[in-house]
Every structure is written in structure tokens, then in C-alpha cells.
Design a protein around this ligand. Structure first.
Ligand SMILES: [Zn+2]
Ligand SMILES: [Zn+2]
Length: 251
């Protein structure tokens, strides 16, 4: 049980391509736990259910304490672990883009969970929002948390475009952006375009960036260099709000 959380928001990276804690195995995919205002939401579930559960066990996350699961998009590296998790705790709401295949939505329901479909921008719980389905060929929604007057944006792969996602959050909530984290999907992109994205982050006033998962090594290193102290090193086992306290410093 993680009962000692004092921070308003703590995000624990459970599953990622990058390793942070030496004892927590990395793997291709993404999942993090969001502890916020007495709610515990699992954001995505990685590719492999066994690795997800093993990492959650090592991180001493009580599966029964999770009240909802947010699935960003239907790629295997984000939804792969969900049925394993539901076999341990199905008393959850699973937020999915409306465009998810009906076969997969049925599987989630058959596992005993309640499915809540998301299409437009909406508040899921107090100060927890979905951007709504964005993109064209692969629809995806991102999670936006409103903390003390500034926003934290969490993305799965950011297929609709990381800048587009952050703009959407800003438009809807009209707040400054504290942190953007998750997969930015910039693999193989040339340096000039990555630089444009970093500059867009600057002009949108993004204070901290935590690119991980499918961002790509080289773009991630550019973010590290360009953002300086605004770069957040993410990987398996890291706790944002505890080890890296961008949230607490935000007054
Ligand atoms: Zn991905
Ligand atoms: Zn993806």
C-alpha cells in the first residue's frame, strides 16, 4: 500500500522502454499510476500483463486500490496488460476512446469492468480530463490533470501530434502547462522538426517535459539538452512528485 503520499499528485512510471530504477524491468510500452486527489488511475497498461503485474508488485502498488484505468489508444503496447490487471481487480471504470473496436470493448466488459467511452473533451473526475479523441488515422486521447492552476498532460504515443495535444489541453482549460510526459512519437524525425516541436513547447510555456516510451533516443536527448532543468528523466519505477518534485515546486 502506498499510503504515505503527501503530495497532491504523484505519478509512478510502471512500464516504459527506459529503465530508471535498476530493479524494475523496462519493456516496450507505457503505463503509469496517477495518484491525485484521493483517486488512483492507471494510465495505459504496457504490452505484457506479466511484466505489468511484476513491476506493480515490486512497486508495492495495491491492485485493489486502483479505481479506474485510462486507455489512450488501442495499440498493443498500451492495452496489452489490461486483461491481466482486470483478472486481479475488475471493480474499475475503464475509459476508452469511443473508436476502440467493439470486440475489445466487449472483452473489457466480459472481464467485469465498466467501460466509459470518450469522444469529446470531458472531465472524467474532478480536475481529471480527457482531451477527447484526436487524430485521424489512429485516434488517441490524452489525460490532463489540473493541479493548483497549472496542467499536467500525460500521453500514450501522441500519434495525433504532441503539440496538437498540448494545444488542445490549453484551449480547453486555459491554464499554463506545468508538465508534459509520456510517449511523444518522434522516432526517426529529423533534428529540425524536433527543434520546431521543442520551440513550440517553449512558446506554449511548457515548464517541464518528460519524453519517454516511443519518443526516440535522439529526440529525447535533444529535449534533455534544450530544456535543461526543465527536462524530466523518466523510466521504470520513477515517482514524479517524490523523487522528481515538479509538482510541489509549482506554487
Ligand atoms: Zn506506444
Ligand atoms: Zn501507439
Amino acid at each position: 500500500m502506498n499510503g504515505k503520499v503527501k503530495n497532491e499528485l504523484v505519478i509512478t512510471v510502471i512500464y516504459d522502454n527506459y529503465r530508471y530504477r535498476t530493479d524494475i524491468e523496462p519493456g516496450w510500452g507505457f503505463s503509469c499510476l496517477v495518484d491525485f486527489n484521493n483517486t488512483r488511475i492507471l494510465f495505459d497498461t504496457g504490452a505484457d500483463g506479466d511484466l505489468l503485474l511484476e513491476n506493480m508488485d515490486k512497486l508495492e502498488i495495491d491492485l485493489g486500490s486502483i479505481d479506474s484505468i485510462f486507455l489512450s489508444h488501442e495499440d498493443f503496447d498500451h492495452v496489452g496488460g489490461v486483461l491481466s490487471l482486470l483478472s486481479m481487480n475488475s471493480n474499475v471504470i475503464v475509459y476508452v476512446p469511443q473508436s476502440f473496436s467493439s470486440a475489445f470493448k466487449s472483452e473489457i466488459k466480459e472481464a467485469g469492468a465498466r467501460v466509459k467511452q470518450v469522444h469529446e473533451f470531458m472531465e472524467l473526475k474532478k480536475n481529471v480530463f480527457s482531451t477527447g479523441e484526436l487524430g485521424t488515422y489512429k485516434l488517441e486521447h490524452a489525460m490532463v490533470l489540473r493541479t493548483r492552476g497549472s496542467l499536467v498532460v500525460i500521453t500514450g504515443c501522441a500519434h495525433p501530434g504532441i503539440v496538437h495535444i498540448v494545444q488542445r489541453a490549453k484551449e480547453e482549460l486555459n491554464d499554463k502547462v506545468l508538465l508534459v510526459m509520456g510517449g511523444f512519437h518522434l522516432m526517426g524525425m529529423d533534428n529540425d522538426r524536433v527543434m520546431q516541436i521543442i520551440n513550440a513547447f517553449r512558446s506554449m510555456g511548457v515548464q517541464y517535459a518528460g519524453p519517454c516510451h516511443c519518443t526516440g533516443d535522439s529526440p529525447r536527448e535533444m529535449f534533455r539538452k534544450e530544456m535543461g532543468s526543465g527536462f524530466v528523466e523518466l523510466g521504470t519505477g520513477v515517482k514524479i512528485g517524490v523523487e522528481i518534485d515538479v509538482v510541489k515546486n509549482n506554487t
